[in-house]
Design a protein around this ligand. Structure first.
Ligand SMILES: Cc1cc2nc3c(=O)[nH]c(=O)nc-3n(C[C@H](O)[C@H](O)[C@H](O)COP(=O)(O)OP(=O)(O)OC[C@H]3O[C@@H](n4cnc5c(N)ncnc54)[C@H](O)[C@@H]3O)c2cc1C
Length: 106
């Protein structure tokens, strides 16, 4: 990823259940999406996840792994194991509002 030049329709900060769900929806709508995820979901220490339709009792790790796999057919969606430190407005280009991200690898 060239951090200075890539332009996305949407950047999702966090690739947990919520972020991956949003990425799937946007990918199906052919939006160019970057998912940035630091990889520490709040339920990381739970052995089972319950009450999710068709997946009752699944390990949270496996649930996210399936979620990431199901994004792979959507080529406009990119997943990066990376943290977002800061988001700043960076003016506009061709009338569109842009934002610039500061990224970290931890
Ligand atoms: C002990 C425990 C048990 C639970 N059991 C259940 C259950 O059985 N069933 C259920 O439905 N729910 C359960 N939950 C709630 C469950 O955690 C949520 O349903 C689910 O994890 C929420 O998903 P999320 O995507 O909102 O957040 P998270 O899963 O927390 O994911 C957020 C992601 O964003 C990343 N992130 C955050 N900030 C940044 C940043 N600046 N840059 C990059 N990445 C970032 C994090 O690293 C993380 O990977 C449980 C929660 C806990 C704590």
């Amino acid at each position: 990823m060239n951090q200075n030049k890539e332009i996305y329709d949407c950047v999702i900060v966090g690739g947990g259940c919520a972020g991956l769900s949003a990425a799937l929806l946007l990918g199906r709508g052919r939006r160019r999406v970057l998912v940035c995820d630091k990889g520490n979901p709040r339920n990381a220490w739970a052995h089972e996840s319950h009450s999710f339709f068709t997946r009752d009792g699944i390990s949270p790790h496996e649930l996210l792994s399936i979620g990431r796999d199901q994004l792979k057919p959507y080529k406009s969606v990119e997943f990066q194991a990376i943290g977002v430190k800061e988001i700043k407005p960076s003016g506009n280009q061709f009338g569109e509002e842009l934002a610039k991200l500061s990224l970290s690898t931890n």
